[in-house]
Ligand binder design. Structure first.
Ligand code: PFF
Length: 454
């Protein structure tokens, strides 16, 4: 039976600390960099609608499931899954889920760090006044100068990985809580300000129409897969990051309520970013489908033109870098806790080791914007391929396994006890979503994407 375990890595100081950390993990490049560019590439409105449905029907219930597993297991994801499976009379092979998470974490962080490096370098571009009075062409030249230079990208990638390792080595719970408390609201305020600018100076009507009026003829099956994958990515689900954070969660905190807060904050940031970016895209005759450079080629136009734009731009890129930072530490946390618990390494050594592996893998992504740009597999560069594989395949697979485990393997009494929701209608709804809706949705989207269901 489940006697209450404690994590050897300690606990959050309370509910607010967990909400901050989980929001820090969820809100990141995924919201501000990735969401607008994939929405742009996949036709806008219909894609956004599918993404929102996936957040509500798949993301929220799976997030609750992942947190409850973490809090019950209180170990790294590999051992948490193996222990809980044993307790429920299932195979220890469920530990494999944890392994896939550790691997996905390495892979995601390797390219995430390269993009976070762009944000770091833009802090200096903004401070130097490089955006002042530039037009769309000038701003896009700044971006291609940066990505065209292998040595610059390597430098920023190295710096960002270094920053990540320093925090991870000290333990996520020490400094970060405090930083996130100020920076998340700060980011929010700047985004609102930017939406205000977009309203006044951009083509707001067209931007909003693009984002929110669904045209289903533009929606491909691949786009549905990408929207679903992004729901996992943006909420940090399916790879054990939120499970680990759940393992530091005190007993008496409501998992349902905290999940709602995190999902709400995450979705709000993504939508605000879209509402700031697309009006600028249309006002300047840019392409919504411009790809990974979209944010970096649009917002600087606003910073260049608005009064006080140097300061606003500077603050924006500082906060974006922080948002990326607080996400990146959660990406590597599953690997680090595993190394500490199994290989008897100190946190410091474990962080260095995990960081070096990730850094090395990231070289492939840094170079795929320049020297290796022509090497493609399935028409994708190394960067695109790792992104596609992790966000659209590994995370949904991880999420599927979590849904099957909590919905079908775990006894109702175990999950109900952990969620502390009693015999309520909300528990029934959660159980239904996690048992039927989420797994079947993932399976159907997968099969249609590989062409088995037309
Ligand atoms: N949720 C982060 C973002 O949207 O930027 C990325 C991420 C963090 C994905 C942690 C997965 C993860 F485990």
């Amino acid at each position: 039976m489940n006697e209450k375990r404690t994590s050897i890595h300690g606990q959050w100081s309370g509910r607010l600390a967990f909400i901050l950390a989980a929001t820090g993990s969820a809100v990141g490049l995924g919201n501000i960099w990735k969401f607008p560019y994939i929405a742009g590439e996949n036709g806008g409105g219909a894609f956004v609608l599918v993404y929102l449905i996936c957040i509500a029907l798949i993301g929220v219930p799976i997030m609750m499931a992942e947190i409850l597993l973490g809090r019950r297991g209180r170990q790294n994801p590999v051992h948490t899954m193996a222990t809980l499976a044993e307790e429920e009379g299932a195979s220890k092979a469920w530990g494999l889920l944890g392994w896939m998470g550790v691997l996905a974490g390495f892979m995601i962080l390797s390219y995430y760090s390269v993009v976070a490096g762009w944000a770091l370098s833009y802090i200096f571009e903004a401070a130097s006044g490089a955006f002042s009075n530039t037009d769309a062409k000038g701003v896009s030249a700044i971006f291609s100068d940066l990505t065209g230079s292998a040595s610059s990208l390597m430098l920023w990638h190295t710096l960002f990985m270094f920053m990540t390792m320093i925090v991870v080595a000290q333990g996520v719970k020490s400094g970060l809580e405090r930083a996130v408390k100020w920076l998340m609201p700060g980011l929010f305020v700047i985004l609102v300000l930017l939406v205000g600018y977009a309203m006044a100076e951009g083509n707001f009507a067209q931007g909003i129409h693009f984002l929110f009026s669904p045209d289903f003829s533009k929606l491909s099956t691949d786009a549905i897969l990408i929207a679903m994958g992004h729901a996992f990515f943006t909420l940090s689900l399916g790879m054990g990051a939120i499970m680990i954070y759940g393992s530091y969660l005190p007993e008496n905190v409501s998992i349902a309520r905290t999940t709602f807060m995190v999902a709400l904050a995450d979705t709000a940031v993504a939508l605000l970013a879209g509402m700031a970016i697309f009006p600028i895209v249309f006002a300047n005759g840019l392409e919504p489908g411009a790809g990974p450079g979209l944010v970096f080629q649009t917002l600087p136009i606003a910073f260049g033109q608005m009064p006080g734009g140097v300061i606003v731009g500077l603050l924006f890129f500082i906060m974006l870098s922080f948002a990326a930072w607080s996400s990146s530490i959660s990406l590597i946390e599953p690997a680090v806790t595993w190394l500490v618990e199994n290989k008897n390494l100190t946190r410091g050594r474990a962080s260095i080791l995990a960081g070096m592996v990730t850094w090395a893998l990231g070289i492939g992504s840094a170079l795929s914007f320049n020297l290796w740009g022509d090497y493609k597999l399935l028409d994708k560069t190394f960067f695109d391929l790792i992104d596609y594989l992790t966000a659209n395949i590994m995370l949904p697979l991880g999420g599927l396994a979590i849904a099957i485990f909590t919905g079908w393997v775990m006894h109702r009494s175990s999950s109900r006890g952990e969620l502390q929701m009693g015999e309520s209608a909300s528990f029934e709804l959660w159980h239904f979503l996690v048992r039927f809706v989420a797994p079947f949705a993932v399976i159907i989207v997968f099969f249609s994407a590989i062409g088995l269901i037309k």
